[in-house]
Ligand binder design. Structure first.
Ligand SMILES: Nc1ncnc2c1ncn2[C@@H]1O[C@H](COP(=O)(O)OP(=O)(O)OP(=O)(O)O)[C@@H](O)[C@H]1O
Ligand SMILES: [Mg+2]
Length: 392
């Protein structure tokens, strides 16, 4: 576990670090001389799992600073050492997210016991991080937005996974309209221009909430605001989103620029979407060359053949040969269901759950969440009914 100790008192800092280093295990212990304000600009990678704060001064706003750090680094645990153990101080510390408050000079065993307690929780939580899935069109109109939005909804449909969709089409993004009729109150460019306010509540309040566990961060409403969004904003938003959501689905659209490439860099899996006609195949090949130059491994890129139709002139086998792969994921063509879904702004798996297209989306979602296929209610009723009859 990575532990940082923060104190104004350098001698106490050394003493505390010595006690912590004596704890069995392989902790990395950093000493930081100063106050919580020193950590406000800390990079994500530098954040400790546990921060031990020696004698924070409530009257100088240091508990508020801890609260803010807790928002910036939600997985970080705090232990505070304080001479003031009054009810008021304890309440304020707990409100700031502090796990434990110990006396100013705790016995070494007491300090180690408190750290053990945090380590136990940390171990059971693991360093769980949401997965980033990026959809990109090999060519306009391939269905990248349709698949990104509908897969995101399908991932959340079981109710157990928290899912965020971020529309990265900075010029003409329309992803939120595929799954909702609510007008976004804020967009990606609003978050970018106020990046200093970024914390879990700011991010979630900037999104359109489609269901309690599925939200969409819409693209800028005015193409003129596209330039507000910079690659470093994408870093900060995705890093925070990974801690808040199980899946972060990115609709990257079709433009390759520093912002979209930064988003692709963060992706665990990139799904280039194409269809079975030559122009898509040509552009798909070009895109894969770009990905090779960006040093994305083959295991990061998974092509999806959308609107697949077994009667097409170009067979799946030809496509597999063209892309030198033995397995291509396909999504069936179902014009009526897709058009109805897009026109109504309702996910296709909700509007036409029995269509082949919805089933393919649900199968893909379940392969990502690891959730089991639900037992068909109708089938269950039929089995129950049969049993009743045979009981007689
Ligand atoms: N599997 C499918 N079957 C039938 N129609 C589909 C399917 N997937 C998408 N479509 C239709 O294709 C249209 C275009 O899809 P979409 O807007 O997702 O493409 P895109 O790749 O995001 O385009 P752009 O490059 O303009 O962002 C949608 O309106 C939808 O109705
Ligand atoms: Mg699109």
């Amino acid at each position: 576990m990575k532990i940082a100790v923060l104190s104004r008192d350098e001698r106490h800092l050394i003493e505390l670090s010595r006690q912590l280093r004596a704890r069995p295990g392989s902790d990395e212990v950093d000493m930081i001389a100063g106050t919580p304000a020193r950590l406000a600009t800390m990079a994500d990678e530098a954040a400790p799992d546990l921060l031990i704060v020696d004698a924070p001064r409530a009257d100088e706003g240091e508990l508020d600073q801890l609260e803010r750090l807790g928002h910036l680094f939600p997985r970080m645990a705090f232990i505070v050492l304080s001479e003031d153990l009054s009810q008021d101080f304890l309440l304020r510390a707990m409100r700031a997210g502090v796990r434990e408050v110990l006396a100013a000079r705790p016995a070494p065993a007491e300090l180690v016991a408190a750290v053990d307690h945090v380590a136990e929780k940390f171990g059971s939580q693991g360093a769980a991080q949401g997965r980033v899935l990026a959809f990109i069109s090999c060519k306009g109109g391939s269905g990248a937005t349709f698949l990104a939005t509908n897969l995101a909804y399908a991932l959340s449909a079981g109710g157990a996974k928290r899912v965020a969709l971020i529309d990265m089409n900075l010029q003409f993004g329309d992803a939120s309209l595929f799954v909702s009729d609510s007008k976004p109150l804020a967009t990606l460019s609003d978050v970018a221009t106020q990046i200093h306010r970024l914390d879990p509540s700011f991010l979630s309040s900037s999104m359109v909430s489609v269901t309690p566990n599925f939200s969409v961060l819409a693209a800028p409403s005015d193409p003129a605001h596209a330039s507000d969004v910079k690659p470093e904003h994408i870093d900060a938003i995705i890093k925070l989103a990974r801690r808040q959501y199980d899946f972060i689905v990115l609709d990257v659209g079709r433009s390759l620029d520093p912002v979209s490439i930064r988003a692709l860099d963060h992706a665990d899996t990139i799904y280039p979407v194409l269809q079975t006609t030559l122009p898509y195949i040509r552009d798909g090949k070009r895109l894969l060359t770009v990905f090779r130059n960006l040093e994305y491994g083959n295991d990061k890129v998974e092509l999806i053949v959308n609107r697949h139709d077994n009667n097409s002139d170009i067979r799946l086998k030809d496509l597999e040969e063209a892309f030198d792969t033995t397995h291509l994921r396909t999504m069936p063509n179902h014009y009526d269901a897709a058009a109805k879904s897009v026109n109504q702004g309702v996910p296709v798996t909700r509007l036409a759950p029995d269509s082949q297209l919805s089933m393919a989306l649900m199968t893909m979602a379940r392969s990502l969440t690891g959730e089991a296929e639900p037992v068909q209610a109708a089938g269950m009723m039929a089995r129950l009914f049969k049993r009743r009859k045979s009981d007689k």
